[in-house]
Structures are given as C-alpha cells and as structure tokens.
Design a binder for this molecule. Structure first.
Ligand code: GLC
Length: 425
C-alpha cells in the first residue's frame, strides 16, 4: 500500500514536470487572444491538438486545476460561429513554418485546421470543473461546449442514425490505423502511400470548397467510426450530467436522448454478432470495415452497453492471441496480419503499439463491466511502461519499449488511471 502510494506521488511529480516543459503560453497576434495550453510534444507537435488537450485537462485536474481550465479555454477560444472547433490551433504558427510543410493538413484559416477529432470535450470540461470555482467555470464554458455538440449533431450525422461520420482518416485521431487500409486503397504499408491516400480524399474536397454537405455527396471517405462514436456517446452522456448540474433539465434530457441514440446506432449498424466485435461502417453503402483493432473494443467504455455484448468484448480483451499482451492493450489485435508491435514505417501510428488514451477508456470500461481485476492490471502495467521508458507516444505491447515522440503529454493520463486504481482498492 505504501509502495503504491509512493508510486502515485512520484507519478504526480513527473507529470507536473512534464507539463511544465510542454506548457505553451503567450498572446497570439493573429487573434489577439491569450493562450495557455500543453502541447503534445515540443519536438514534433508544438501546437494545440483537440483530443490531446482534452486528455491534458484530465491529467491537469490532478496537479493544477487552474491550468486544466486554461487548457479548455484555449481550446475553445477560436470556436467558429457555426460551433466547429479545429483539431489543431496553430497558435505560434510563425515559429514553425518548416515543420508545417511536412504535415498533411486541411485548413479552415491559416491558423485553424478544418478537421474534427474525437469529441472528448465534455469529459475534459467535467474534469476541469471539479473543485472550487467549478460552477462559475461551467457557466462560462458550457454554452460553447454545447454548441460544439450541436454542430456534430447537425453537420456530421446527415442520415440521422445517431452516429457521426468522419470525412478524413485523421478525424478519428487514429491516422494510419489498418482498419482503413483497404477502403483507402493502400497497396503497401509505406508513409508515401498514406500521404497519397490522404490527398485522394482532401483533393476532391477542395473542389467543393470543403462544404460538409457536398463532401458527404462526394462519398470519398465517409466513416461511421466506432472509436469516434463511442467517445461521442460517452461525452453526450457526460454533457447531460453537466447541464443538469447547471439547472438545465431540458438540455440534459436532450443530450441523454442523443447519447442513447448513438449507442443504439452502434448496436444496430456496427455490431457484428458473429465476430463479437464492433466494426466501422464506410461509404454510402455502409460496408463494414472488418479489421480487428482496439476500436472494436471501445464500446466497453460505455456504462450502458448491454451485458451480453460486453461479455463478448471481454473475451477478446482477455485473449492472449488477440489483446492480452504483456503490456495491454495493443492498438491492433496481435493475430491480425497488419499487427506491428513497434515502429512501423516512417511514423505510421496506431498499427499495433499500446497507447495510453485507449487504455484510459478500456480500463474504465472493464470496471463498469465487472472486471476490475483486468482494469487494475492495465493500470499498473501502464504505469510500469512510463516508469521504465518515460512519457513516450506509444509502447511495444510485447516488450514495453517506448517509441514515437518523447515527452508525449497525453501519456500522463496514466496519472488519472493510478488515482482510480488507488481509490478503488
Ligand atoms: C497524431 C495522432 C493524433 C494526435 C496527434 C498529436 O496525428 O494520430 O491522434 O492528436 O498526433 O498528438
């Protein structure tokens, strides 16, 4: 118990140091606004990324609640009038022009990408609103958070099935996941192939002025993604709770209805009872992308997932041929042909290594669905990874080696996982 407590204290200190090094603060001349956020990694990712920042707010809520709030404020500062929030805000763009030329990015303005990311925003807001001053913070930001979810609902779910669609592979946050390989026409696992595939999607979008309705009509990349929609469902549910806390009962009921519709859509369209897994559906014909990746397990994170479905997913998580590696949970099932445990090509991501953000969701899910024993193993092994190899972008699930960016900020979610592990002992 004591050893365990020390571990938590050490981790809290390590996260505080990391978030000191990766803090970005200033006033941006292009919009005249102040910013104060944690970048994913000073070397490769110096800007503000959407879902990274949400995860950073969760970690910050344990070490500096004031900064958790600044993180969310900075993320929302450049929300567009329609409700959209960019997946990257290029606050300090002028300093990094050379780096930017290596990115495949669609722009809404020179300082904002035109791309969404998994909507972790309500969970980030809930974490930042804990403790003293939380109600005032909610009164300040909740209308904008809500507008963002209304934008997703109105613009990204044109077939009104409760599921939002991504229009580019990077919108899922899982940039090079093998689940899109066949759909994108990837012939060889080479970085160039992914850049070309991205261009085949983004090129036609430019011809229609990146108008979402016309982008849907082109049908070049429309994916009702399981990871994105799991996070969407969970965040609508959490937003419902936040609205209730501020006295908006009607708003809360509406968000909870939407959360239920999203779970209903996942069960109706993405659940494959034969495989016992969830798969994305793609294109106007809604074809299932049957590749077994961590995304297939993500609905476990939903407390309302029906028990028999959860049981089927649990069997995959705990299967040593698929996901129960020495350092769970790999981003691709180990018995998939595309599984690559370590570095893959030139910076191809989400093709096998273990990532802290999916472990954060899955360990929670295992607790909801009756397997705290497995949750604890994931939480403890995740901490071991960081203690051994530092805050890396991702880790080899077989031997624990760290890879990708160094000093990678969302890996600090391990702190939230350790706090949970301890409080549930
Ligand atoms: C990569 C990841 C994406 C993440 C970004 C910054 O593009 O695929 O999910 O947001 O890096 O860390």
């Amino acid at each position: 118990m004591r050893e365990y407590g020390n571990r938590l204290v050490r981790m809290r200190r390590a996260v505080a140091e990391l978030y000191g090094r990766n803090r970005q603060q200033g006033v941006a001349p292009w919009c005249g606004l102040e910013y104060d956020f944690v970048c994913p990694s000073t070397g490769t990712y110096p800007f503000q990324w959407f879902w990274d920042s949400c995860f950073h707010a969760v970690a910050l809520s344990h070490i500096d609640p004031g900064r958790a709030r600044s993180e969310v404020r900075s993320l929302l500062a450049n929300q567009q009038p329609d409700g959209f929030v960019a997946h990257v805000t290029f606050w300090q763009r002028e300093k990094y022009e050379a780096l930017l030329s290596t990115y495949s990015i669609a722009y809404r303005t020179p300082y904002l990408s035109d791309c969404m990311q998994p909507p972790v925003l309500a969970e980030a807001t809930a974490a930042a609103a804990r403790g003293e001053g939380g109600d005032a913070f909610l009164a300040e930001v909740l209308p904008r958070v809500r507008r963002y979810f209304d934008w997703l609902h109105e613009v990204r779910d044109p077939d009104a099935d409760g599921l939002i669609a991504t229009l580019q592979p990077d919108e899922s946050g899982l940039d090079h996941t093998p689940k899109y390989d066949a759909y994108l026409g990837i012939a060889e696992v080479k970085h160039r192939q992914y850049v070309d595939a991205w261009q085949r999607v983004a090129g036609p979008y430019d011809t229609v002025g990146r108008d979402p309705a016309r982008m849907f009509d082109l049908d070049v990349f429309v994916v009702e993604d399981v990871l994105v929609n799991t996070i969407y469902a969970e965040n609508q549910r959490v937003l419902g709770d936040l609205l209730e806390r501020t006295g908006d009962a009607a708003g809360a009921a509406q968000m909870r209805d939407r959360a239920r519709a999203t779970l209903g859509g996942l069960l109706e369209k993405c659940w494959d009872p034969e495989a016992g897994l969830f798969f994305d559906v793609a294109g106007r014909r809604e074809e299932m992308l049957r590749v077994n990746t961590v995304s297939s397990l993500m609905p476990l994170a939903l407390p309302d997932l029906p028990a028999p479905v959860a049981q089927r997913l649990l069997a995959h998580v705990s299967d040593p041929r698929e996901y129960w590696a020495r350092y769970p949970v790999p981003s691709v099932a180990m018995n998939e042909a595309s599984f690559a445990p370590g570095i893959c090509g030139e910076k191809l991501v989400f093709r096998g290594p273990t990532w802290m953000n999916t472990n954060w969701y899955l360990s929670r899910g295992l607790r909801h669905h009756g397997r705290p024993d497995l949750a604890r193993i994931i939480e403890q092994r995740s901490a071991e990874l960081v203690e051994r190899s530092g805050f890396r972008e991702y880790y080899d699930p077989l031997n624990g080696d760290g890879h990708g960016a160094r000093d990678f900020s969302w890996t600090a979610l391990v702190l939230d996982m350790l706090e949970r592990s301890q409080s549930s002992r």
